[in-house]
Design a protein around this ligand. Structure first.
Ligand SMILES: C[S@@+](CC[C@H](N)C(=O)[O-])C[C@H]1O[C@@H](n2cnc3c(N)ncnc32)[C@H](O)[C@@H]1O
Length: 355
């Protein structure tokens, strides 16, 4: 009996929805068939992946997957299902007829975080550090629930969806690019969240996500004073050195304790802060640290050590402290099917004010 809600079948469906590379899908399909893509596996792929995706999935992706699947089955002298051959032929013909389809179609990925007993679907297309930051939020919801959270360079909005899921008291997502913001709002709405673009509203509703246009270069201190977040987040925002001075300036303003102290905070609010003298006990109970001011969580891939060191030097100049949390607080692996996602080169940092 094939249970689509159980691994490895669930991993195969999830990888297909997340548009994992065709090689990964075929390798997961082999796992389902105990080493080969049998007729039963093809039937499953047809019923649970392909036939549900026709007309909705990104056709060039479907074409590549079907091709890989056919080559795989033929290479072991197996029988390819007729419907798989037919669909492949149809797609080849239709793509030939419409050369512009690849550029004009909207690509929609579904990222599924696999908790043992439930399935949640998020429709997004994202950078890898967002996945780590999202896993962190979902692994340690107590850090974020009931906290007002503010993300810089939010991109597609996945982190915001996770923050809303763990009941952050307020979620503000920002980006400097208008098209990215429009796409972000559409992703949030696909995930049953309302969006708000005004800066004025100060109500706290976990189902409403504030989406704000915030280019780092032009964001002024007075503009930022409209926000007093308890937690600031960022994923894959450290790649362009020329943006670092403004990015660090913005982090310093948002992390400024004097500003947050002068603003009335909830009595019960507890915020985790770290400095270079932090000990393992602090790390084991992030929420147990009494309120000392806002803290930032930044996930990143260190692609170039000189670029990263430049960021560190600016952080030091801005009187901020930064601590690597990766080993001490490694999140659960909630994306076991996603073979293209490699956590080994990612780091998670906390940043806070020394003042
Ligand atoms: C590499 S993407 C990461 C997006 C998202 N955080 C993720 O991990 O999927 C960087 C994001 O930062 C935004 N960004 C880059 N430079 C920016 C700037 N100077 N001001 C505001 N946003 C910026 C980009 O528009 C983009 O959405």
């Amino acid at each position: 009996m094939t249970d689509p809600a159980a691994p490895p079948w669930l991993h195969l469906i999830s990888a297909f929805l997340a548009m994992e590379p065709s090689d990964s899908l075929v390798s997961l399909a082999r796992v389902c068939g105990d080493g080969s893509v049998t007729e039963r596996v093809q039937r499953f792929i047809w019923n649970y992946c392909i036939s549900r995706a026709v007309g909705k999935a990104y056709t060039p992706y479907l074409r590549n997957f079907l091709k890989k699947l056919i080559v795989e089955v033929e290479s072991i002298h197996g029988e390819v299902l007729d419907e798989i051959y037919e669909l492949y032929a149809d797609i080849i013909t239709s793509l030939k007829d419409d050369q512009f389809v690849e550029k004009s179609m909207r690509v929609r990925k579904t990222i599924t975080f696999l908790f043992p007993d439930c399935n949640n679907y998020y429709l997004c297309s994202i950078w890898p550090s967002s996945l780590l930051l999202s896993e962190f939020i979902l692994s340690f919801p107590e850090i974020f629930s009931n906290k007002s959270c503010f993300e810089v360079g939010s991109g597609v909005g996945l982190v915001g969806i996770c923050l809303a899921h763990v009941k952050a008291s307020k979620v503000t997502l920002t980006d400097g690019d208008h098209l990215t913001l429009a796409n972000m709002r559409s992703n949030l709405e696909l995930n049953q969240l309302s969006t708000d673009t005004s800066l004025l509203e100060s109500y706290e509703d976990p189902n409403v996500v504030q989406c704000v246009h915030l280019p780092w270069e032009s964001a002024s201190e007075s503009e930022l004073s409209a926000f007093v977040p308890e937690i600031i987040l960022g994923a894959d925002i450290m790649y362009d050195r020329s943006c670092f001075p403004d990015l660090v300036r913005i982090l310093a303003i948002l992390l400024d304790r004097r500003k947050s102290d002068s603003t009335s905070r909830k009595e019960s609010s507890k915020v985790f802060t770290l400095d270079t003298k932090c000990n393992t006990n602090d790390l084991n109970d992030l929420t147990a640290v009494t309120s000392k001011g806002p803290v930032a969580y930044i996930a990143t891939v260190i692609r170039n050590i000189d670029t990263f060191n430049y960021f560190l030097s600016l952080v030091e100049q801005a009187n901020l402290s930064i601590t690597d949390l990766t080993e001490a607080k490694m999140p659960f692996n909630l994306l076991p099917y996603m073979r293209s996602y490699d956590r080994s080169n990612m780091r998670l940092f906390t940043v806070s004010s020394k003042a």
